[in-house]
Design a protein around this ligand. Structure first.
Ligand code: ZN
Length: 705
């Protein structure tokens, strides 16, 4: 663990111009520097570096932050790794915090396992390139598979010789403990009475590296054909390797993935190698197993755009589709490419030029949902029951997507393709969501999806429109289709409030008192001073039960803001710049950049000297009074701003509740439950008048219908 004081020293030493210059060529532009953004393909220099603020920011893609953040993002390092990088750059000795005995033991064990693997990696590489057996058997095999020498080197491919104990013997001779070799699975001891043997003997080796580049596992493939042994053999799980947390090729691909903002997902090791050879480096493999949630979250750090490449055989594809639901649920944008029959990514990449490959991928890429619809087109046509099942399956997949706008766009296009009524599909997706549908888990939902027996006959809207009475119903269904837009509004209210919090931690504000509280004789507006704007926001959100509806990032920000030590010399926004949570670092960068732009605009403000005559004996007094007045004015504005932000949020949730209430009313009408109807209608009228009140407070701008 790095000692907190050292962290502080590193952060203070790191100079943004210095750090960025190592990767981007910068030129001076006024007080700042400019260059081509390394995070998107930038044609004009959009990347601005401010030495004064010690931050960088791309005005095109929005990426940027403190030196630490820049290094984390650019070099794809973790927080601690980036700190070490900067410490090295600035010659700062890292003071480690004293670790407990257990921490030390665990760290030592992990460290020694990494060392054993590193040794083995070198051994395998050496066997491949420097021995007669390796060259004749394994190198010839790679050559035959079309794998080039530079690729072999880049991925550290190797060979484990036929001899039963070659690696084990060599490692023990070099002083590595047999116990460690067994722990990482390089050696296997089947029986205590017998000597340990090499796990991978007679196989070519694909080393698996973690994000930081350390060797965590190996995959070994037999070269000839054999029915007896598995084609691939992998390292077992150990304290440094968890299969579900690693992606093959990510270490080599991470930078390319970030840069292209896209990742290709393939199945096998050789698919990754061949794609690299064809010039496409943003590719990883889940090593033939189903994707896990940890792998997906790992990928998501680099890009949200994932394109899955499938071999052209239909049976395999249908089985593999399940894994995609997980990707959808994590909010990733999923595209699919189906390779021509008989091809896999490996063979296809090898038989086409890099331009052809890229062009094919660009053209063949389809949205996952439409891919699914097309894939089952044939079955749906021939079997109406199957059709119903598949439609439910597709809607269920759509329901997993967290972003409501994406959902509604997909529903719309699916409706066209499936020739179904869009409203009905919206309702079905809504039902899945209400039932809390999850990828993998199956949730039973009552649906009334009806399916035309002859799918080729266009379905008439009337077939599906539920018979409803009164024009209220019409409003309800149109409100439902407005849902996505409103969710988007929530996000922007949340961001506005978050920005406000970042800039106003530790500040007070003046709250305007309502007229009732005033003496009628007075016509001056009265204010009450509230000490902490952050606590006020917290209490408001908590009391109005809004807090739980907001995002985790927002809640975390609020927590940090409340617990922030106001005596700290660092500003809250600077504290956030080095926060572990990326979303918070970004937020603070945005706030600082926005302020910076504002500051520069207001530079033309009159300096004090020009307002107050320095020679006037009362100048100091006047100046203080003037500053107080400015401060009070700012506190009043703060009060107006915070209430506006909170009102916006409250109005949003009120509208949502009204919508839910209207549905309840509809149900009560249908069931003829008069007593309940009376109660519900009264509640609706209360809510509506509150809505009008809020909207008026907000200047009437927010009333839309
Ligand atoms: Zn950019």
């Amino acid at each position: 663990m790095i000692d907190q004081r050292t962290v502080q020293r590193i952060i203070e030493a790191a100079n943004i111009v210095d750090v960025v210059s190592d990767f981007v060529s910068l030129r001076k532009a006024g007080a700042d520097y400019k260059g081509l953004c390394p995070f998107h393909s930038d044609r004009r220099p959009s990347f601005s570096v401010s030495p004064a603020r010690n931050i960088c920011k791309c005005f095109s893609c929005g990426e940027g932050g403190s030196p630490l953040h820049f290094i984390m993002k650019h070099e794809q390092l973790t927080y601690v790794e980036a700190l070490r990088y900067l410490a090295k750059k600035y010659g700062i000795t890292i003071e480690e915090r004293e670790e407990t005995a257990e921490e030390k033991a665990a760290a030592n064990e992990r460290e020694s396992l990494f060392l054993v693997n590193e040794f083995a990696e070198g051994f395998f590489e050496n066997q491949l390139n420097e021995t007669e057996e390796g060259r004749q058997v394994a190198l010839a095999y790679f050559k035959e598979r079309g794998i080039r020498p530079d690729t072999i080197k880049k991925f550290g491919l190797g060979y484990s010789p036929e001899s039963r104990t070659a690696l084990t013997d060599e490692a023990v001779k070099k002083g590595y403990k047999l116990e460690r070799l067994v722990q990482v699975g390089l050696s296997v001891q089947y029986d205590e009475s017998k000597p340990a043997v090499d796990r991978f003997r007679g196989r070519v080796i694909f080393p698996v590296r973690n994000l930081g580049g350390k060797y965590v596992a190996f995959g070994g493939r037999i070269m000839g054909k054999s029915d007896k042994i598995a084609k691939y053999l992998n390292s077992p799980e150990s304290s440094i390797y968890s299969k579900s947390r690693e992606l093959y090729g990510l270490y080599q691909a991470k930078y390319a993935i970030s840069k292209a903002d896209k990742c290709y997902l393939v199945e096998g090791y050789t698919d990754v190698l061949s794609m690299h050879q064809a010039g496409l480096e943003n590719v990883v493999s889940s090593s033939g197993t189903a994707l896990t949630i940890e792998q997906i979250r790992l990928l998501k750090r680099f890009s949200e755009n994932i394109t899955v490449l499938y071999d052209g055989d239909a049976a395999g594809i249908k089985a593999a589709l399940r894994g995609i639901d997980l990707l959808l649920e994590e909010g990733l944008n999923i595209k699919v490419v189906l390779l021509p029959e008989g091809e896999d990514p490996d063979s296809f990449a090898q038989s086409h030029s890099s331009e052809e490959l890229q062009q094919f991928l660009d053209e063949a890429e389809t949205d996952f949902i439409h891919f699914k619809i097309n894939l089952f087109q044939e079955e749906m046509r021939s079997d109406p029951l199957k059709r119903a099942e598949l439609i439910r399956d597709i809607l269920r997949s759509i329901a997993l997507i967290p972003d409501s706008i994406k959902r509604s766009v997909l529903v719309q296009s699916s409706a066209t393709e499936l020739r179904m009524n869009e409203q009905l599909l919206i309702q079905e997706v809504q039902k899945f969501r209400k039932a809390g549908v999850r990828a993998g888990g199956y949730v039973k939902v009552q649906t009334n999806t009806q399916v035309s027996p002859q799918a080729n006959v266009p379905i008439k809207q009337e077939d599906f429109t539920q018979k409803v009475e009164g024009k209220d119903e019409e409003q309800l269904s149109s409100a439902e289709s407005l849902e996505p837009v409103r969710t988007n509004a929530l996000q922007s209210y949340e961001i506005d409030l978050a920005n406000f919090i970042v800039s106003n931690v530790g500040k007070n504000f003046y709250l305007e008192l309502f007229e009732e509280n005033l003496d009628e004789e007075e016509d001056e507006i009265k204010y009450e001073e509230i000490d902490s704007v952050v606590l006020y926001i917290y209490e408001f959100l908590e009391d109005s039960k809004i807090l739980n509806e907001l995002s985790e990032t927002f809640k975390l920000l609020l927590e940090e803001a409340i617990s922030y030590n106001l005596d700290s010399e660092r500003k809250f926004e600077d504290f956030l710049l080095t926060h572990q949570e990326e979303a918070l670092r970004r937020l603070s960068t945005d706030v600082i950049s926005a302020k910076y732009l504002l500051d520069r605009k207001s530079e033309s403000r009159l300096p004090y000297q020009e307002i107050f005559d320095e020679n006037d004996p009362r100048a100091k007094e006047r100046r203080e009074a003037y500053e107080q007045k400015l401060e009070r004015q700012a506190a009043i504005e703060r009060g107006q701003k915070v209430n506006k932000l909170l009102d916006n949020l409250q109005l949003y949730f009120l509208k949502k509740s009204i919508f839910a209430l209207q549905q309840e009313i509809r149900l009560a009408q249908k069931e003829g439950d008069k007593a309940r109807l009376v109660i519900l209608l009264r509640r609706l009228s209360e809510m509506n008048s509150f809505k009008v009140e809020l909207a008026q407070a907000l200047g009437g701008r927010t009333i839309q219908h």
